[in-house]
Design a protein around this ligand. Structure first.
Ligand SMILES: NC(=O)c1ccc[n+]([C@@H]2O[C@H](COP(=O)([O-])OP(=O)(O)OC[C@H]3O[C@@H](n4cnc5c(N)ncnc54)[C@H](O)[C@@H]3O)[C@@H](O)[C@H]2O)c1
Length: 328
């Protein structure tokens, strides 16, 4: 199937592009390279340099490549930044997606896979969090994802759109020579590994007085390869089913910040320094997914999401690409 992958030069999108190729699909990447990397796109995959907000260029890409499905990864992703610049987030993560969806429908393309996020839940009342939990994001980033899901629901009911919205928990790890290269980097595992490489002075743990097993926050890390499998399965779902789907993608196991640090020390063999800092406002103590729905509806199976495998694969990437894509 021809798949237009918006944001396919970014971290998760570029791993999904390779999975699509492996399964015989024909991905085309559309990306403005604002946070993505040209080198992350396989040379044989067409790369359209364009912004999602550019209606004319989007329409040209639909005419030229005639995609049968669209996957959307193109968003600003940093929750803290969304507290400082909410307008930018609503413009890029919501308004531009509406432009995309309208362009799809104009071209009779009705299959859509969306990168949603655990951030839609905020600080959930009970764990593991299921898709029926109340949505109450604690920052504009999470709210943008919830808003797009609302738009999807209405376009699904009234305009014939069919979609799978995948609420990822913490994407991590590396695969196929593709890894995480965000700037600035705010995700724990790359930060820890950059500290192991001596690229940062220390890792700061924000709070060790949470009601968790070791006092530090617990998050659910899922390997980017397992996310890529879920995207391929979502395409199959949209081919076989007339329905849409919203589902979590997580490992269903939490790791605390301290456990990530200790696992990274063990795997790298480097005893990098760790500092204790105060809590950050808005950080929930624990968030862990139930991924039962993805397993049942998509047939999703996690194969790489143990903390060991996630960190070992990420270490391989960071060790060989200490400055990310600029290293190659
Ligand atoms: N990384 C995570 O842990 C995580 C967790 C939950 C959800 N998500 C979601 O997954 C998606 C991908 O995340 P990522 O970590 O790969 O981010 P990323 O920044 O590496 O990739 C995003 C890509 O989209 C492109 N892009 C952004 N705005 C664009 C626009 N207006 N027009 C064209 N291209 C544009 C960027 O250049 C980049 O290549 C995002 O939607 C994010 O919200 C990520």
């Amino acid at each position: 199937m021809k798949v237009l992958v918006i944001g396919g030069a970014g971290y998760i999108g570029s791993v999904v592009v390779r999975e699509l190729q492996r399964r015989g699909h024909e991905p085309v990447v559309y990306d403005n390279l604002r946070t993505g990397h040209r080198e992350a796109v396989p040379p044989e995959v067409p790369l359209v340099l364009g912004d999602l907000a550019d209606r004319d260029q989007l329409a040209t890409a639909f005419q030229r490549y005639a995609p049968e499905a669209v996957m959307h990864f193109a968003a600003f992703i940093e929750a803290g930044e969304s507290m400082r610049f909410p307008g930018r987030f609503f413009a890029n993560n919501v308004a531009s997606v509406i432009t995309l969806l309208n362009t799809m429908l104009d071209h009779d393309v009705t299959r859509f896979v969306f990168s949603s996020s655990a951030a839609v839940y905020g600080d959930p009342d009970s764990l593991p969090v299921t898709e029926t939990a109340f949505l109450r994001s604690t920052n504009p980033y999470g709210e943008t994802k919830a808003m797009v899901e609302t738009v999807l629901r209405w376009l699904g009911e009234l305009s014939g759109l069919r979609y799978v919205s995948l609420r990822y928990f913490n994407a991590a790890g590396a695969a196929d020579g593709v890894g995480e290269d965000h700037s600035p980097e705010t995700h724990l595992i790359p930060i820890v590994l950059q500290s192991a490489l001596g690229l940062r002075e220390a890792v700061t743990i924000y709070g060790d007085d949470y009601p968790t097993r070791d006092g530090t926050c617990i998050r659910d890390y899922v390997h980017v390869s397992d996310l890529a499998q879920a995207h391929a399965l979502a395409l199959d779902y949209l081919t076989a089913q007339e329905r849409s789907l919203v589902c979590n993608l997580g490992s269903e196991q939490g790791a605390s910040v301290r456990e990530v640090v200790e696992a990274a020390r063990r795997i790298t063999g480097i005893d990098f320094p760790v500092l204790m800092g105060p809590r950050r406002e808005g950080d929930p103590a624990s968030i862990i997914a139930s991924s039962q729905r993805a397993m049942e509806a998509l047939g999703w199976r996690r194969e790489h999401s143990s903390l060991e495998e996630i960190i070992a694969s990420a270490w391989e990437w960071h060790r060989t690409h200490p400055r990310g894509y600029a290293s190659s």
